[in-house]
Design a protein around this ligand. Structure first.
Ligand SMILES: *Cc1c(COP(=O)(O)O)cnc(C)c1O
Length: 413
């Protein structure tokens, strides 16, 4: 459920007309709903109440400072994958002591920065990284709290590009190696074993894969405990899917309570790293139809938002719902909704039944996750404006980038 609904055929974001917002702020425009974000966060908290836990919002899904600040105020921790993301969390008022650091390619300087900030846990993704973290921690006189991101070889049954828990994926440490690596960590004075982590994929629409992964992790947990290696948390990663079209993912409550039931007999804390499920349906991308073009086989609606603003359709062939901001049904045609970028893959949707005139507005739903955070300047198009709606108030949370800002750091010889 979200707070983007029609009132008398006009799309609203909470209590504000999307058409009026587009008029005031220009297009393309990202619009987020604060009430939707709060609702999703509450759903996760409710699901985890009764069990010691930490929610670590996956910053990469949407890393705007205002969004991170809201999450922090609601009590969330954060999952970061770069120093830049960690610095964003700090700039947004997040607590580094509630931050976990994932990612296969952490540099020495990123590790040092994270240790200086006393973050909660580094999730190690390779055996070589164990040595590097130990060395950096030793040189700083720190003890690094770590978890291994194990790769349980479980099929998340999602798009191959966003599947991460199979043994041919670059992520995590092979399940068969994990026990040995934990023993090595336990004997290293610069490292402290904290947890076991996994993240098997994104946009999962069933709870079965994470339950299978949890069983694997429990086996490992039991072996480690028998060995006298103390685990204080189990991190089940993110990956809960959302509804873009007709998917029916479990609710956060269903998804998480099945896991907490499995872990109830342990006394470890449960960490979760939701990204998409937290923010996807809390955002829309509003775009104006510049031209309609009718060709022999195709009708095109050429819009002012392109793959640089929202790359999911072009990158993963994702289906995202595109709706009219002013809903009519008098002249429905089938369109390919395409952007202005000079690439044939620059599209937002294929074969969409829409009733739309030049100059009118479309909204792409589910654009709150992996939308703005994946945008780029390709074709020298400035990053677009983002507004956050709270009831009948609109807050600009990112100004449109200026043309000069795009080449600010470039130099002619
Ligand atoms: C991307 C990512 C997440 C979030 O995934 P979602 O599918 O957006 O919930 C969580 N943990 C790690 C390590 C990630 O890389």
């Amino acid at each position: 459920m979200d707070f983007f609904n029609y009132k008398e055929n006009e799309l609203y974001a909470e209590d504000m007309s999307v058409a009026k917002l587009a008029e005031e702020f220009g297009t393309p425009l990202y619009i987020y709903s604060k009430a939707t974000l709060e609702r999703h966060m509450k759903a996760f908290f409710d699901a985890l109440s009764g069990h010691e836990h930490l929610i670590c919002y996956a910053v990469k899904a949407n890393s705007n400072l205002a969004i991170l600040n809201l999450m922090a105020k609601m009590g969330s921790g954060f999952d970061v994958v770069s120093e830049g993301e960690l610095r964003r969390v700090i700039a947004a008022g997040g607590d580094p002591k509630k931050v976990i650091f994932s990612g296969v390619g952490k540099t020495r300087s990123e590790i040092a920065f994270a240790l200086e900030q006393d973050i909660l846990c580094l999730n190690i993704e390779s055996e070589s990284e164990v040595d590097v973290i130990s060395e950096v921690a030793g040189s700083l006189g720190k003890v690094a709290k770590v978890a291994l991101r194990v790769n349980p070889n479980v099929d998340a049954k999602t798009h191959p590009s966003i599947s991460t828990g199979l043994k041919n994926n670059k992520f995590g440490i092979a399940f068969d190696r994990a026990f040995e690596v934990y023993k090595k960590i336990a004997s290293d004075k610069n490292l402290k074993v904290s947890g076991i982590d996994c993240h098997i994929g994104s946009q999962m629409t069933s709870g079965a894969p994470i339950l299978e992964a949890t069983d694997r992790i429990l086996d490992l947990y039991n072996r480690l405990t028998d060995e006298g290696i103390c685990i204080d948390h189990i991190d089940i990663g993110g990956g809960l899917g959302v509804t873009y079209s007709d998917e029916t993912p479990p609710s956060p409550y269903e998804y998480i309570s099945a896991v907490t039931a499995k872990l109830a007999h342990t006394n470890v804390a449960i960490y979760v790293e939701p990204g998409r499920a937290m923010v996807a349906n809390a955002g829309i991308l509003v775009t104006q139809v510049l031209y309609k073009k009718f060709t022999e086989n195709k009708n095109f609606a050429i819009v002012d938002a392109g793959m640089n603003d929202l790359i999911r359709p072009a990158l993963y062939n994702s289906w995202m719902n595109i709706i009219e901001v002013h809903k009519r049904r008098d002249d429905v045609k089938t369109y390919d909704v395409v952007g202005p970028v000079c690439e044939s893959d620059d599209f937002l949707g294929h074969d969409r039944k829409l009733c739309i005139e030049e100059g009118e507005l479309l909204a792409v739903r589910g654009a709150g996750a992996y939308g703005a955070s994946m945008s780029s300047n390709y074709n020298s198009r400035p990053l677009i404006k983002e507004v956050l709606i709270a009831g009948d108030k609109a807050h600009v949370i990112r100004e449109r980038q200026s043309i000069e800002q795009m080449w600010m750091n470039e130099k002619m010889i």
